[in-house]
Design a protein around this ligand. Structure first.
Ligand SMILES: [Zn+2]
Length: 360
């Protein structure tokens, strides 16, 4: 059965408030009004753990004092049921929690779950209250290397060949928009599980919908959209500046390998060891999951091996800087010039976006 996505109307609130703002005289009667356009995104209805009958977590939930920086979309790889009822949704959430207990996890792995009928539920305990607060993050168990920074949404069903039902998709848009608003996450920071781990999740069909999802969320929160960050794959057998960057960054973590720009067994071993230390699958391949924890934000005044990586990249792009690991005025000027050339915020600080542009 072919199921299409309904167009989502842009949700903008137009309020006419009396008593503030402009006043005009109409036939001697003074009218005061102020049209206020708010970008506020309302939360979809989200059933908390008590409502759907969750069992208690087996250990206390970890709540981090940092905000998440992205959303990861999953499919549950379970049946594409045609039971769209609330009763079914709650049973499915309980089944999911039980299967995650069976994996040895302390609770449901993801922060939120959406049923095929379009019911949105809290996954891991405390996820909803923490989302409402907008300043903290519940550590999940849904994606290696990303659990401290990503909110996971599990979508009931299997979307390798089937399309998600409109009811589910519409609630996914609503939930993502609300999460983005609560944490000020850009709409382009919505990814599929496969962008970070070796998995088919969330299935080819749901994965193919992510550009539409980002643009539908962008329309709701009004952040202008944009493309997601894509990291290059760096692995054994390659050579060049990108490899050198990986080597400098590994050195910044205490490794002593030679930054020769050649990805041999020594570099592979160092990558695997770093991946293990970060609880990422130790495959020796530097992809998105590894890049995101390997990069270090550097700025003027910093002196380290990560600065050398930046300087070496800048030299390879024609900038005249010395590769000495000392982030001084000359390096800052070159970084700003590079940022301007790539349409990035020209702040001279090498963070995620600038690192990505340097190695892409
Ligand atoms: Zn997944």
């Amino acid at each position: 059965m072919s199921e299409s996505q309904d167009a989502v109307p842009r949700r903008t609130f137009l309020k006419a408030a009396f008593g503030i703002g402009t006043s005009i005289l109409v036939g001697g009667l003074e009218l005061r009004f102020a049209p206020v356009i708010e970008a506020a995104v309302a939360s979809p209805t989200i059933a908390n753990c008590d409502t759907w009958g969750a069992a208690p977590s087996t250990e206390p939930i970890t709540v981090l004092s940092t905000k998440p920086n992205k959303i990861l979309v999953h499919h549950m790889a379970n049946a594409n049921t045609t039971d769209y009822s609330l009763t079914h949704a709650y049973q499915m959430a309980r089944n999911c929690q039980q299967s995650h207990f069976n994996r040895g996890w302390i609770d449901t792995g993801q922060q939120f779950t959406i049923s095929r009928g379009g019911y949105v539920m809290e996954g891991r305990h405390r996820s909803l209250e923490v989302l409402r607060g907008g300043t903290q993050h519940v550590r999940g168990a849904h994606c290696d290397g990303q659990n401290d920074v990503a909110i996971g949404i599990e979508n009931e069903g299997t979307y390798t060949s089937a399309q998600p039902p409109a009811a589910l998709y519409n609630q996914l848009v609503a939930l993502c928009a609300y999460i983005c608003q609560q944490y000020n996450i850009p709409s382009r920071e919505i990814y599929g599980h496969r962008d970070f781990n070796a998995t088919q999740c969330p299935g080819d069909q749901l994965y193919a919908l992510l550009p539409k999802l980002r643009s539908d969320v962008a329309a709701r929160i009004g952040d202008g959209g944009g493309n997601p960050i894509v990291w290059p794959i760096v692995q054994r057998g390659q050579s060049g500046e990108r490899v050198k960057t990986v080597q400098y960054l590994l050195r910044a973590r205490g490794n002593t390998l030679t930054p020769d720009g050649v990805f041999g067994t020594g570099t592979e071993t160092a990558v695997k060891s770093f991946q293990t230390s970060q609880s990422i699958t130790a495959d020796g391949v530097v992809g998105a999951a590894t890049w995101e924890v390997l990069i270090l934000t550097v700025r003027r005044g910093d002196i380290n091996e990560a600065v050398k990586a930046v300087q070496s990249q800048l030299v390879s792009k024609g900038y005249s800087v010395t590769v000495d690991g000392n982030f001084g005025a000359g390096t800052e000027t070159a970084v700003k010039s590079f940022q301007t050339s790539r349409g990035l915020t020209t702040d001279g600080v090498v963070g995620k976006n600038t690192w990505n542009a340097l190695v892409s």
